[in-house]
Design a protein around this ligand. Sequence first.
Ligand code: AMP
Ligand code: ZN
Length: 112
Amino acid sequence: MSDCLFCKILAGEIPSDKVYEDDKVYVFKDIYPKADVHLLMIPREHVDSLNELDESHDALMAHMMRLLPKLAKEQGLDTGYRTIINTGPGGGQEVFHLHIHLMGGDHLPGFR
Ligand code: AMP
Ligand code: ZN
């Protein structure tokens, strides 16, 4: 996926503000934060969106879900946080590499 922005971030071709990484995922700060804490969690494997997931991704997705509360705690989000996955143009997805928004703190946006 040479034209994928987040694959380029994973390859180090585009700079990013890393928060966490392991063999399956990479987490970095959203460049246009919409809350005091606004992170993006992406799988190292390129997947366009939720729509392209199959059984082979089950362990990966479970790993991502279970990482979220740990990251939220590290970010000091003791009272809670919001997770968002936009899917497809109609869902507001702009970057077609699956990602989970992790947001919290002040200035948490509402749904639109
Ligand atoms: P979505 O609309 O769900 O596809 O979200 C894409 C997110 O990627 C937006 O919140 C953007 O602010 C963010 N974004 C775009 N380019 C970059 C970048 N180079 N580094 C970090 N975040 C980015
Ligand atoms: Zn990608």
